[in-house]
Design a protein around this ligand. Sequence first.
Ligand code: SF4
Length: 408
Amino acid sequence: MLLPGLCFGDEHVDVVVSACLLGESCRYDGGSKPCAAVRLLSGKVSAHPICPETAGGLPVPRPPAERVGSRVLMRDGTDVTDAFVSGAHACIEMTRTSGAALAILKARSPSCGIGSVYDGTYSGRLVRGNGVFAELLEKEGVCMVTEEVVESCRPSVEHPVAIVLGTGLGHLRSLVHPVRRIDYHDIDGFPVDARPIEGHSFEVTIGTVDDVPVVVYPGRIHLYQGYSASEVVALVRHAHRLGCRDIIFACATGAIPGNAHTGLGILTDQINLTGVNPLVGDSSQRGLETPFVNMNEAYSPYLRTLARGVADDLGIAVEEGVYAGVVGPSSETPAEVRMLAGMGVSYVGMSTVCEVIEAQALGMNVLGLTMAANYSGEGAVSHEAVLEGAQRHADDFESLVRGILRLL
Ligand code: SF4
């Protein structure tokens, strides 16, 4: 059965969801696989439940099926590929109609599975690949995540959201109902002699924003101040030790002409041009299993898609693009700006790249937001100009972050 599109929440962020995760009894065994985190999110967005297998006319209950190459076979050998394909196409139509840019799908299912599915031996073994519906969704360019990703991004008192704020963006700290403050100088690995530059503060605020547990870092240190990559990422290690699994990095940048405009941006990827990396050295001493960290999807596609949905819903102008991190503190030359433009860079700044690498090494979910105060290549930009730019976009930035927090 194909379930009708149901809108559970007030937000206009459209999300397609495997119906069994919402408690619908549509699985092969007649049951469901309700997921509390997915149900919670579905109560805040416009959730559109789908079940590709029942949409393809398969009954409930039914014998289990697994993918065998391009086919789908039931345990008794019955070929049900046609039903799976027709159900997947029906659900694709529904996805298009809904306008959803995000799909939350049941992991490992022969229809809804993403990245890995059972291998056709009914032994519990997995192989790389997508389910039949997920294959089609991928071609549509829809961001797909499993219920496990939604669960891992859900904040709680034990797992607050860390927010690291850059130049001029520290006012967000005033939204926090504080329960505790920590001086940066009490953070392990943070340089004892470091003093905040204008627009930054060196006091961690732990508390809630709109009842969402957060840990806010309203300032950072930079490589251009002479600090090491390890010192620069001490805040990230601290957030991880406090239990944070989601971390939002906000930074001031310059927009690369032709690739981005000034204003707010969501970071999609990064290029580390600083010449340093916080993972260099003895990783075992720092509790890392390996220094060879996978940087694919370093900026969580799930969090990016939520951020995009919130921005669109609130009518906030936000672009998306690749961030290049440089040491600074001198501004980019015209030749460097041309090079960055040719490399596909949208934003350039003097922070964030090392922090994102460290967060990725620690298994955290990263969202990168930027406020581009000027166009790179326009010459040296005063600190005051960056602060002014941040002030102009302060309300939108605040609305965006609060909207994202509400959805998590
Ligand atoms: Fe239906 Fe997908 Fe759940 Fe299977 S995993 S029961 S196809 S919604």
